[in-house]
Design a protein around this ligand. Sequence first.
Ligand SMILES: [Zn+2]
Ligand SMILES: [Zn+2]
Length: 228
Amino acid sequence: MSLVTIRLKEHFKGHGCPVCSVLKEFEKREMENILYEHVNSPHVRAEIRKSLGLCPYHAWALFETAYSNPLLGPLGISVIYDDMLSTFIRSIEQEANLDGECLICRHSLEREKDVVDEIASHPEEFTRIYRESSAIFCKRHYELIVKALKERGIDTSELKEVHLKKLRSLERALSEFIDSYDYRSKETGKNAWALPETIEVLKGKRTAVSLGDGRCSALKKRRLLKFL
Ligand SMILES: [Zn+2]
Ligand SMILES: [Zn+2]
C-alpha cells in the first residue's frame, strides 16, 4: 500500500467528506508554507502577483492564517500585500489586465484530482473502507469518484449502495434532530451533528473547490477543462 493511500485512509476515520478533509488540510499547509517559507521567494511572489494576491477566499484565509498563528503574525503577509498594492497601482497606470488564476486554487484542484484518482485506482479497497467508516462523501466528490470509476470501466453499484445507506441514515438522524424540538421530547438537541453534516454532504466543506463557484474565474475555467 502506498504512502498516499495510507495517508488518505486516515481521512476516512472522521465524519464528513474525506476528500474535502484532505483538501482542507492541504490548503492550510499551502498557506502556512507561503507564510513560513516563501514570503520573499521571487518565484512564489510572481505566482501570487498573477492573481493580484490570490482569489478572495484564499486572500482572507491567508490573512486569518497569519493572525491566528503567533509564530507568523502580520509582517510576512503585509510584505506580500504591499507588493500587490504597488502592482495594482502600476496596472492602473499602465491599463494592464490582472486576472490570473489563484496559486492555491490551482494547487487544490490538482490535489483533488490526485485524491479522486487514488480512490478510483483502488476501488475495492476504498469501497470497503468507506463502508466500514463513519465518513460520507459530499455531492461533488461522490460524483467525481463515480465519474472516475466509470471512465475506468469499473462497476459503481456497490459504492452507490453504500453511499445511499449512509445518506438514508443521515436523513433519519436529521429527522430525529427536528423531532427532538417537539415539546414532549426529553432529548432536545439530539443528533445536532446531523445538520452540519447534511450541509456538508450537499455543499462540501469550506474549501476553495467547494466555494469556488462564481468567485474565481480561473477555478471555474479549470474545473470545466478537467471535469466536464
Ligand atoms: Zn467533499
Ligand atoms: Zn484561491
